[in-house]
Write a protein that binds this ligand. Sequence first.
Ligand SMILES: [Zn+2]
Length: 293
Amino acid sequence: MNILTFDIEEWFIEKVYFGAKESKYAEYDRLLDEILLKLEEADLKGTFFCVGKIGSDFPSVVRKIAEAGHEVGCHSNTHQWLNKLTYEQAMEDTHVAVDSLEQCIGKKVRSYRAPAFSIGNSNLWALEVLAANGITCDASVFPASRDFGGFPEFAKMEPTVIKYNGIELHELPIVTTKILGKDIAYSGGGYFRFFPYRFVEKEMKRTPYSMAYFHLGDLNPVFSGVLSKDIYERYFDEPGTLKARYMRYIKTNLGVKSNKKKLFKLLGQVKFTNLAVAEELIDWSKTPSITIK
Ligand SMILES: [Zn+2]
């Protein structure tokens, strides 16, 4: 089972950080239309994790996704990493986001992905926050260390029931593969841009479960130059040294130009489904379950 997801945040990021340029919004609109058309041609349905603020400020974006038959999931309200929020702040952020998306599409929102996969050992309470807001299926676990989160202790790279403090969530984690003894992701974001196409296709067809994740920014440069110190520090909430800003520029733009072709080829070759359908199909009484204390 291969699961297809997109994190939709670009309109919000443009509005808050880059000057709300109409030309950028139009570019994102066009790119989303292209993706939706490609998915229709390939007869695939994905989950689009949308930032709640896009539901309130750009409702036509979210509605267009829902009207094309895709699942709308929640990607926080203002795209702040959950490990930087308190329990109360995360509760408020999730509540507002889910409410905004539900009002926008007139349907319950059940699936969630944290910005930058920011649920890990240090903020397990986030699982309670999700359950309290009606989320039943989460795709925030990244079972390896990464910049702003990661959950290296989460060993199960397959659908898993997580039990924590009286709540239960269905977890559909990111999958990693062993390369030179290290656990490396390959099925989305910068990893997908970096690895040769054939390698990714082969891995997805070989493994019984995979989780693909993309952003519009993986197909179109979000910023064309190195970020200013001010914007970098506001967005990433860490010191904007020259080195950090150059590294981020390289990471963000690596392979972007040829990536649309690569993704569209994958959508023609691999059969994908979305979280809502997967949640229905999976017999959760037979999957692994982990109890976190
Ligand atoms: Zn995101």
